[in-house]
Design a protein around this ligand. Structure first.
Ligand SMILES: NC(=O)c1ccc[n+]([C@@H]2O[C@H](COP(=O)([O-])OP(=O)(O)OC[C@H]3O[C@@H](n4cnc5c(N)ncnc54)[C@H](O)[C@@H]3O)[C@@H](O)[C@H]2O)c1
Length: 338
């Protein structure tokens, strides 16, 4: 298994993503030279990292989306203050996407911007969440509604850390990898684990480098996410993020078909790739009311005009605005009972 280094090319804010076994031991090499102390933000039960080059303290936050909130940011900030963390120091997020989103947002706000390094420990964080600088927390009205763009100084993806990852969390990562399958057209499961994680990181890095603030191409990373957010919100997170994304990919194919954008074979490909190749559920088992899903879809933050979805076409994925809500609801009805 090899070590891969991918650069997110953002000029003076460029940073490396390092993928391989044991790469978290390189942590000290990726801290900003100004850092005299570090705060490590993590959760109970996660792989630990060694940091001997500078003094550090470790803060453990709660597990689960219900802890990804402003109360956690406030309590972290108060701990930063009592530790004496300055703007020249560094925050290190060690965990899955929940930790890297929280650590990144806390870093963006601490003294109006303090360096952050992510050690991604879940498959989903390695291929997606820890890369690209979108940070944030949830409020009762919706997921990730309060946040900031704040790029890390480095992202370390130590594949040894995946050994303790529960099977259900691996499935979540596979949901996002299936998304990259459709964005890139590559059969990513054909690669070894190190090459697969590196290939996904490279796809995300390239998109972020082209469109850091989601003015255009970066929105394609939301493929499958419109219905996914609705399933997560209505189901109160009974379906995990990556698994909901997998379902959202299949639904998006059905919607694209109804709008005449793709043919039936392309829909079947989505069903087969998600359900067969990646072995993920293509539909929720829980019964969801269509009206409940529709009301979340209608207030999706990507919806600037009418209903907005990322949809497939002969030209590849595109952001499609102004979709009739009745078309989405009818497709949803057919998709859920199929
Ligand atoms: N910022 C972005 O661009 C972006 C992109 C996608 C998802 N996200 C966010 O990421 C979050 C989902 O990330 P996630 O799926 O990693 O969830 P998570 O961070 O909640 O991790 C899932 C569970 O796995 C545990 N875990 C993580 N690594 C482990 C390991 N190596 N061994 C044992 N247990 C481990 C965690 O403690 C947690 O209980 C969501 O909040 C989502 O909104 C952000």
């Amino acid at each position: 298994m090899s070590r891969h280094e991918i650069v997110v090319d953002l000029g003076s804010r460029s940073y490396p993503i390092i993928v391989g076994r044991g790469v978290s031991r390189e942590l000290s090499d990726h801290l900003p030279p100004t850092a005299r102390r570090a705060v490590i933000i993590t959760q109970d039960g996660l792989p630990s990292v060694e940091l001997s080059s500078i003094p550090s303290t470790t803060i453990r936050i709660g597990r689960g989306e219900e802890h990804k909130n402003l109360a956690t940011i406030e309590s972290l900030s108060r701990e930063f203050a009592s530790f004496g963390l300055t703007r020249n120091d560094v925050i290190i997020g060690v965990g899955g996407g929940m930790v890297t989103d929280v650590a990144g947002f806390a870093a963006s706000a601490w003294h109006r911007g303090t360096a952050v390094v992510h050690v991604a420990t879940s498959l989903l964080a390695m291929v997606d969440a820890a890369i690209g600088g979108k940070t944030g927390v949830n409020i009762p009205e919706g997921k990730n509604l309060v946040g900031a763009f704040w790029q890390p100084s480095a992202v370390l993806c130590d594949l040894d850390h995946l050994e303790s990852l529960p099977e259900s969390e691996t499935r979540c990562g596979l949901g996002e990898i299936a998304k990259y399958h459709f964005i890139s057209g590559q059969d990513l499961l054909g690669f070894d684990l190190d090459a697969r994680v590196a290939a996904c990181a490279r796809i995300k890095a390239d998109i972020v480098a082209q469109d850091e603030r989601e003015g255009g191409r970066r929105a394609l990373l939301n493929y499958g996410h419109t219905l996914a957010h609705a399933i997560e919100t209505v189901g109160r997170h009974s379906v995990a993020h990556g698994e909901a994304v997998a379902m959202g990919l299949v639904f998006a194919a059905h919607l694209a078909h109804r709008l005449g954008r793709i043919d039936g074979d392309r829909v079947a490909l989505h069903e087969n790739v998600v359900g067969g190749t990646y072995g993920l559920a293509t539909r929720p088992t829980e019964v969801f009311a269509i009206d409940d899903l529709m009301s979340v879809i209608a207030r999706d933050k990507k919806a600037t005009s009418g209903l907005t979805f990322v949809l497939d076409s002969e030209r590849g994925l595109e952001v499609v605005n102004d979709i009739e809500p009745s078309t989405v609801a009818e497709t949803l009805r057919g998709y859920l009972i199929a």
